[in-house]
Design a protein around this ligand. Structure first.
Ligand code: ADP
Ligand code: MG
Length: 260
């Protein structure tokens, strides 16, 4: 059964069709990758799923219920969280507080709640502390919980973003180019972490340019070009697919698309 389903989803920005009639299913427990050139519409797909954008046409459903019209924090409460293509951390806050904010930004109470300690909130505060610590442990960052985020290495900062997205125990985790800017060693660590997250039952939807990582961990791959899905299948099928090869430079990177 599919957990998340995009049914004929289109979004236009003025004259530009950023995502074009996209059908896509995410199956419970899998690692699905979405690949394609810069500008193909991958991040826009994540923005559509998380309610940042509304589809111009088509339907997105999660567990059989339509997501359209729900704000991002509601969608997070329902069980879909994400990381962003570029790092979005509060660099002067501690690692721990950055993770806690991940849980609070979902709800109405927001930041104020994160830093107040009214009596009725103590239990929730304790639970949050615990789940944040668990999340940090999972990402190998518990030892750095009191450091300021700015003092982490680049790879650690990217992992901190994943910790933050995990603290609310999502059913689906969307990762937007998590390996961008990482060195090979950091990428290897990341690959293990993504597998480990999936093994806890979280379904992974991955946008990534690094083909070694994509081919190494994905069970299925969908390819987007100019907003359209041009291929979908097993890694071995995608590697051999002629239209994918044509959209591809052969250097391990897709070429960029200039779109009007
Ligand atoms: N809010 C927006 N307004 C106008 N154009 C946008 C907006 N968001 C994305 N686009 C355009 O949609 C296309 C797809 O962008 P994006 O999803 O970021 O691509 P990718 O993540 O695959 O590199 C690009 O041409 C981009 O400029
Ligand atoms: Mg992108």
């Amino acid at each position: 059964m599919s957990l998340l389903e995009l049914d004929n989803v289109t979004i236009r920005f003025g004259g530009l069709t950023a995502v074009d009639s996209l059908d896509l299913k995410l199956v419970q427990g899998e690692i699905l990758a979405l690949i394609g050139p810069n500008g193909a519409g991958k991040s826009t797909v994540f923005n559509l799923i998380t309610g940042i954008y509304k589809p111009t046409e088509g339907k997105i459903s999660f567990n059989g219920k339509t997501l359209a019209g729900h704000p991002t924090y509601r969608i997070a409460d329902m069980g879909i969280t994400r990381t962003f293509q570029s790092i979005r951390l509060f660099s002067d806050l501690t690692v721990m507080d950055n993770v806690k904010i991940g849980a609070h930004c979902r709800g109405k109470a927001g930041l104020l709640y994160a830093f107040t300690r009214l009596p009725g909130m103590r239990k929730e505060e304790r639970e949050l502390e615990e789940s944040s610590l668990q999340s940090l442990e999972f990402l190998g960052l518990a030892g750095k919980k009191d450091e300021k985020a700015r003092n982490l290495s680049y790879g650690e900062q990217r992992r901190l973003e994943i910790a933050r997205a995990l603290v609310s125990k999502p059913k689906i985790l969307l990762l937007d180019e998590p390996a961008a800017g990482m060195n090979p060693q950091e990428k290897a660590v990341l690959m293990d972490i993504i597998r480990k997250i999936r093994d806890t039952g979280v379904t992974i939807f991955l946008v990534e340019h690094d083909m070694k990582l994509v081919m190494g961990i994905s069970e299925r791959i969908a390819v987007l070009d100019y907003g359209k899905k041009i291929a979908e299948g097993l890694p071995s099928e995608i590697r051999a697919n002629q239209s994918v090869i044509e959209a591809y430079l052969g250097t391990g990177q897709f070429k960029s698309r200039v779109r009007r």
